[in-house]
Write a protein that binds this ligand. Structure first.
Ligand code: NAD
Length: 471
């Protein structure tokens, strides 16, 4: 039997190797599932109010260790520590939601007929798995495991092989919070490890977050294997600017949306659609974006491969006739020669059918399109197969309402560049940004990680047993 493969972990800041993990083979995944099945037996019998107490303690521990966790996330992912802290706080929102499961997950009761009662109760599925991407080493796993655990499942996490260290630390904090052994575990590895999880008959459900081609394939394969499956994929989000947009807010917000996490967010601005006379706003956006310094206000991209791919996309756009108003290629950060940095980039005068206007770039690159009317802008949003997010900048309530109603996406922003819903509003896109049914957090998360038992009962009027005191 070949030895498990070692996967080096590098810091995008400077390219140094900061760790190593061993990829889980089929036997390792099988051991994780067997251990999780044993953990599930005890955990699922604990009342939900007591399971929630573990999550209360976990939230407190994440807050206690916020700085240390943020430093670890920043080091292995390449984002800034401030961005890493923000990601942890977003993850904690889902933990808070999960601690409310004793209230949110209450079943229903109804007298369904004369003398006949119906009642229902949510039960866990068993051993479930989450497969997560590199861009949010803590937050995306925290979209999944808090609700899954609160529901009573045992959870196996397969994080991105590019950011495998943070999830291990989260597991340690869950153990410190009192989660019994075996109920949460991390298996490391790449696509092969994912295959072992998808093939394992002991895994009842799989949630996935990552790129669209992989999301489509993972969801299909898991569903064919009889598992419950939900997979969130990639995106190409539009920001539509009307001429009446509030200038200061719009400029700051658009620049933050493009450059935050070096553009590696599934909710990041990617295409700006300028409606009518917006030239002064566009000039200011280009100028402000140019002030965001890689290695200071903006982190690195995840790998040398990602940097090369993003720079090639910029070169292709230029070759196809785009005006490169801001060029982030070849960014160098003093003292960090081995780091993988791309500076903010703005591509203007782009044709709607160009690759840079239609394909996910996943870097700090903004493509500008023009539209004569709001309806034309809505049409530009809706022509793409993705459906994660779209935002509008305007002071007109009527225009914002028309936009929110007209765009074919799951998450809409009004004067907000990254319209991530806050719990209890659930997170999830549409179309080819999501395969399977429902959102990943909120009420859909509870429904995804549980199954509903329905009981219909009738009792005779008289127990007939001559019980003492019964008349
Ligand atoms: P990715 O698809 O390359 O990897 C995601 C996970 O799948 C990783 O754990 C990886 O090990 C595994 N994987 C990779 N290739 C696989 C294969 N062929 N078969 C099975 N498993 C495989 O994604 P990434 O590069 O880590 O993350 C970036 C992508 O994730 C972007 O497309 C981004 O838009 C998307 N994303 C989407 C959301 C959302 O909510 N929709 C959130 C975050 C990231």
């Amino acid at each position: 039997m070949p030895a498990p493969a070692a996967i080096p972990v590098s810091s995008p800041w400077d390219g140094t190797v900061i760790g190593e993990v061993m990829a889980a083979d089929a036997a390792t995944v099988d051991r994780a599932v067997v251990t999780a099945q044993a953990g599930f037996q005890a955990w699922s019998r604990i009342p939900v109010k007591d399971r929630a107490q573990v999550l209360f303690r976990f939230k407190a521990l994440v807050e206690r260790d916020l700085k240390g966790l943020a430093a670890l996330i920043a080091r292995e992912n390449g984002k800034t520590e401030a961005e890493a802290e923000a990601e942890l706080r977003k993850g904690v929102e889902v933990v808070e939601y999960a601690t409310a499961l004793p209230h949110l997950g209450a079943g229903e009761f109804l007298e369904v007929s004369s003398g006949v009662d119906g009642w229902s109760r949510r039960l866990p599925l068993g051993v479930v798995a989450g497969i997560t991407p590199f861009n949010f080493p803590a937050m995306v796993p925290m979209w999944m495991f808090p609700i899954a655990l609160a529901c009573g499942n045992a959870f196996i996490l397969k994080p991105s092989e590019q950011v495998p260290l943070t999830p291990v630390r989260l597991g340690e904090l869950l153990a410190e919070a009192g989660l019994p052994a075996g109920v949460f575990s991390v298996v490391q590895g790449d696509r092969e490890t994912v295959g072992h999880l998808l093939d394992h008959p002991g895994v009842e459900a799989v949630a996935f977050v990552g790129s669209t081609p992989v999301a489509r394939e993972v969801q299909r394969r898991a569903a064919l294997a009889g598992k419950r499956a939900l997979a969130l994929g990639g995106a190409k989000n539009h920001l539509v600017i009307l001429p009446d947009a509030e200038p200061d807010l719009t400029v700051a917000n658009v620049v933050a949306s493009v450059t935050g996490c070096a553009g590696q967010r599934c909710m990041a601005a990617s295409v700006l659609v300028a409606v009518g006379a917006c030239e002064p706003l566009l000039d200011r956006i280009v100028a402000e974006a140019g002030k965001v310094r890689p290695g200071i206000e903006m982190g690195a991209v995840i790998s040398g491969t990602a940097k090369a791919r993003i720079e090639a996309a910029i070169a292709r756009a230029a070759a196809e006739g785009a005006a490169v108003r801001l060029d982030g290629r070849g960014a160098v950060v003093p003292g960090k020669a081995g780091g993988w940095y791309v500076g903010p980039t703005v591509l203007d005068r782009v044709k709607p059918e160009a690759d840079c206007a239609t394909e996910e770039i996943f870097g700090p690159v903004l493509t500008i399109l023009r539209a004569a009317t709001l309806d034309e802008a809505i049409g530009l949003v809706n022509r793409l197969p993705f459906g994660n997010a779209a935002s509008i900048y305007t002071r007109s309530g009527g225009a914002a309402h028309r936009f929110a109603a007209g765009v074919n996406v799951g998450m809409v922003g009004v004067n907000l560049g990254v319209p991530v819903p806050r719990e209890p509003f659930s997170f999830g896109g549409w179309n080819q940004s999501r395969f399977g049914a429902g959102d990943i957090t909120g009420g859909d998360g509870i429904r995804f990680w549980s199954k509903l038992k329905k009981v219909t009962q009738r009792w005779p009027e008289d127990p007939g047993g001559g019980l003492p005191g019964w008349h």
